[in-house]
Every structure is written in C-alpha cells, then in structure tokens.
Design a protein around this ligand. Structure first.
Ligand code: MN
Length: 245
C-alpha cells in the first residue's frame, strides 16, 4: 500500500568515508520512501558532486542506483541541487531517475501552497558566500569548470571545501543562518506560502508573520549519526528521526 504522502530530506552529505550515513539512507529508501508518493531531496545529498561523469565512482553509482530503484517502484523523486551538488545535470537525472527542479519551486500539498528551496540563498548576511555563489552559478563558469578533467575538478573542490571549513570556524554563527528580510521577501513574492528548506542544519519549525499573514518555515536537519525527514500527509507536516542501527 502506498501512502498519500511526500517526504523531504536534505544535507545528507553522502560520501564513501561515512558509510553509516549511506546505510541509513538505503534503509530510509526501502522502509519509508518506498511507501511515499514523492521524495523531495532539497540539496546537499552528496558531500560534493564533481560533474555527471563522476557517476562511475562506485559509491556515487550505488546512490544513483538506489534512487532509480525507488522511482521504478513508483515513488517520484525530485531534486533541488544544493551548494555541494549544484553540478548535477541531465545525466545524473537519467541514471538516478530524479527530476531536477529549479529553485525556488512552488508546489501544492493537500491544498497548501508550499515553496521548496535548498536555503543557501536565504543566508544573505554571508556576503562572501553570496558572491561565490553568483560566480559558480554562472553558466559560463559551469561550462568552463565541467570542461576540466575530473581529477582536476576534484582537487579544486577539495581545496574549496577545506577553505570553507576553515572559514566556518571563524564566521559568527548568526551570519550562517537565514536573513529575516530575505525570508520575508521570498514569502511576499510567492504570496505567503509555507516554506521548506535545508542548508543551515538547524532543524526547526518557525512562524513568520509577514504583512499580517502567518507563514510556517520548516527547516530540515542534516544527517550525522542519525537521519531525519519531514513527512507531509493529509494531517499536516511532521519531523521524524531515523536512528542508526
Ligand atoms: Mn548546503
């Protein structure tokens, strides 16, 4: 039996050096996602994605294969790229069966307008990151980067990750959270939907009152020792925890 439900996850940061998280993900696909109508992955599924030609990597291939099986079994998979895996492209969509979505993406769930995004665009206080994002999301940058040999791309990504890790140590926590005005602007632009996003790893449900309208903002958590997902059915939205075995 398939439930009339949609599930939301983000920030798993899957990589071969954290096999426990991948195992938890495979179990989630088999036990929970296989009963859902749709699985929405809101970015940073992978620790990084160097380009679709990286799907020959056995770890990446195993993830794509598991997603493909889920779609064959009847659960639709939607994917909004995050800052770690924005280089996914049509070949990834083909091998994984996932449908790539542009963000922000508006859907209607049980009659409620719901806006989906990764969440990094809301962290506008981090000027340095916003600048970097604009640069790498430029189609010309993407084309030039993807034209480099895979090994060279991986070295460059590794260096960027190291730099971002170092910067995270010194950046105040507040600038790595969402900017309240950026949230308000987005809610206004999309006619006061509810929001679902990840990126900040600060799992919570917030209420925003914008122009007298009350909007909920659901923030997905990251996956570490345990996993988590947000489920939506006719009774509403709720967080669930996946305990590692
Ligand atoms: Mn992110």
């Amino acid at each position: 039996m398939r439930d009339a439900s949609s599930l939301f996850i983000s920030d798993l940061h899957l990589c071969s050096t954290r096999p426990g998280v991948a195992d938890l993900f495979f179990r989630f696909l088999n036990l929970q996602a296989s009963h859902a109508d749709a699985l929405y992955i809101l970015g940073d599924l992978f620790e990084y994605w160097a380009g679709d030609d990286d799907d020959v990597d056995p770890f990446n291939a195993s993830i794509c294969h598991a997603l493909k099986n889920l779609t064959k079994n009847g659960t639709q998979v939607f994917f909004i790229p995050g800052n770690r895996d924005f280089l996914v492209g049509p070949a990834f969509a083909e091998t994984s069966g996932a449908i790539l979505l542009e963000e922000p993406h508006l859907i209607t769930l049980f009659g409620q307008s719901t806006l989906l995004l990764h969440g990094d665009t809301l962290c506008s206080d981090d000027i340095e990151y916003s600048r970097f994002r604009t640069e790498v999301r430029d189609p010309a940058w993407r084309k030039a980067f993807l034209a480099l040999p895979l090994a060279e791309r991986k070295i460059k990504i590794e260096a960027l990750r190291q730099r971002s890790e170092n910067e995270k140590q010194v950046k105040p926590a507040s600038i790595m959270d969402v900017n309240a005005n950026a949230v308000d602007d987005l809610l206004r632009t999309y006619n006061y939907p509810r929001l679902i996003h990840g990126h900040t790893h600060r799992q919570s449900c917030h209420t925003h009152i914008v122009d007298g309208r009350r909007c909920k903002r659901w923030v997905l958590g990251d996956w570490d020792c345990n996993g988590n997902y947000l489920a939506c059915d006719e009774s509403g939205l709720g967080f669930h925890t996946l305990i590692a075995s």
